[in-house]
Design a protein around this ligand. Structure first.
Ligand code: CAA
Length: 391
């Protein structure tokens, strides 16, 4: 019998502050509609000084452990573009913060926004080898571009945690996937930079070409036919990008990309991303959670997934929700999570960015701002100090 491997549980977390893009628009000398309509973004998460990819990732994963415990988890795969250390894996800090046993394998993966999908596929392979085991996948990122650059409107922060197992309670990860890799310079971040270099226009056209190539590889490998998909989730650097990508996919498949068709296929996947912003590795999976939380019953119906990481690697695959998946969702908690963020003024946001620690500037203790369970209390002797607070 073929093993059914997939997502047993999925949870999201985001940062403390919410910056309304209506406050950013005048600073950039543009109408808010450029962001709201042109990019499909209204609000972006801004992290507090005592939050980072580790605290966000641990906050997402903790929800899964609270429900399922840690039994059987033998590996943590932590995907991120915004790594905090060029050597030590963020997964090791998470192992400690979550109190997971020392017998857990903990590593970090990188390929821009694609890393979360690489982690999910590797997790499935590990579970295939040992079907009694479980793998904790975490995708966590803080998307920050240079101040006053055009990328600033596409910032954000979030983490997604997924428990991957055989007999999944949320969705089966379908076995076929189409992949595309090409060495292009559309977005990259050398280790000496805290913000990426980006060629925005090129990144959009490379993303669209990658959709086409990954889909063709998927088709060639005998995946689902286009008409079988009940929903579509895309990596969303900004939600309008999903519309551009889906337009390309519809056209390749001989379908008219009419506004009603685009809305019908995509509206449910954009609710959270529109108010969180880009979250790089987490973005596609925030879009999946949004689809599951807001969509019709998708039991037994494949959901198309398109992962894109600049540089670039893309993958087209699908997940199929299983009977009872709706009982596993946290829709109310997810909406509350977004609503609970503290609004921040533009000046407040700018001050935070100016003060952001870029390393090698001595010891620092951060004010307690986050109301989350995990916080970065400071840095001493270049060592990050994390606290877990029982709340
Ligand atoms: N009302 C409605 N729409 C308006 C408007 C208004 N008043 N003013 C402008 N617009 C529209 C424009 O027509 C345009 O729409 P189309 O793309 O459909 O033509 C849209 O708003 C954006 O306008 P611009 O192209 O002028 O915007 P920009 O120069 O500020 O650049 C960007 C946008 C390239 C996305 C930039 O924000 C950027 O570089 N972001 C970072 C890179 C990025 O997100 N790339 C995406 C693909 S790469 C990827 O996916 C990996 C990743 O996560 C980074």
């Amino acid at each position: 019998m073929t093993l059914q491997i997939g997502i047993h549980d999925i949870a999201i977390a985001t940062g403390h502050y919410a910056l309304d893009l209506a406050l950013l628009a005048p600073v950039h000398g543009v109408d808010f509609d450029k962001f709201r309509v042109g990019l499909g973004q209204e609000v972006q998460t801004v992290v507090a000084p005592d939050e980072d990819i580790v605290t966000l990732g641990a906050a997402a994963a903790q929800q899964i452990l609270a429900r399922h415990g840690s039994e059987g988890i033998h590996t943590i795969l932590f995907a991120t573009e915004s790594g905090i250390d060029a050597s030590k894996a963020a997964a090791v800090y998470v192992q400690d913060l979550l109190g997971l046993p020392s017998t857990v394998r903990a590593v970090e993966l990188k390929q821009a926004c694609y890393g979360g999908t690489a982690a999910l596929q590797l997790a499935a392979a590990l579970v295939a080898r040992d079907p009694g085991g479980r793998v904790l996948v975490i995708a966590s990122d803080i998307a920050a571009y240079d101040l006053d650059s055009s990328g600033e409107s596409t910032q954000g922060a979030a983490a997604v945690a997924m428990l991957v197992s055989a007999e999944p309670a949320v969705a089966v990860l379908d076995p076929v996937s189409g992949v595309f890799t090409s060495n292009v310079m559309d977005f990259w971040r050398p280790t000496y930079r805290s913000t990426p270099r980006v060629d925005g226009k090129l990144s959009i056209s490379v993303y669209l070409d990658a959709v086409e190539h990954a889909w063709k590889d998927y088709e060639a490998k005998g995946g689902h036919s286009f008409t079988e998909f009940a929903a579509f989730c895309y990596h969303q650097p900004f939600t309008r990008m999903a519309y551009k990508a889906h337009t390309r996919l519809l056209e390749i498949n001989g379908c008219a990309a009419t506004p009603p068709r685009l809305e019908a296929d995509l509206a449910t996947t954009t609710h959270y991303n529109r108010r969180i912003g880009n979250s790089y590795t987490a973005s596609l999976y925030v879009g999946l959670v949004s689809s599951l939380d807001h969509g019709e019953d998708l039991t037994g119906r494949p959901v198309a997934m398109l992962s894109y990481g600049s540089g670039c690697v893309a993958e087209f695959f699908s997940v199929t929700p299983v009977a009872g998946y709706r009982d596993q969702l946290r829709a109310d908690a997810n909406r509350s999570l977004l609503a609970a963020r503290e609004p921040i003024t533009y000046d407040g946001y700018r001050q935070l960015r100016m003060r952001a620690r870029n390393g090698s500037d001595g010891d620092v203790a951060f004010d307690t701002v986050t109301t989350g369970r995990f916080r970065l209390s400071g840095v001493s002797d270049d060592k990050r100090i994390y606290l877990s607070l029982a709340r």
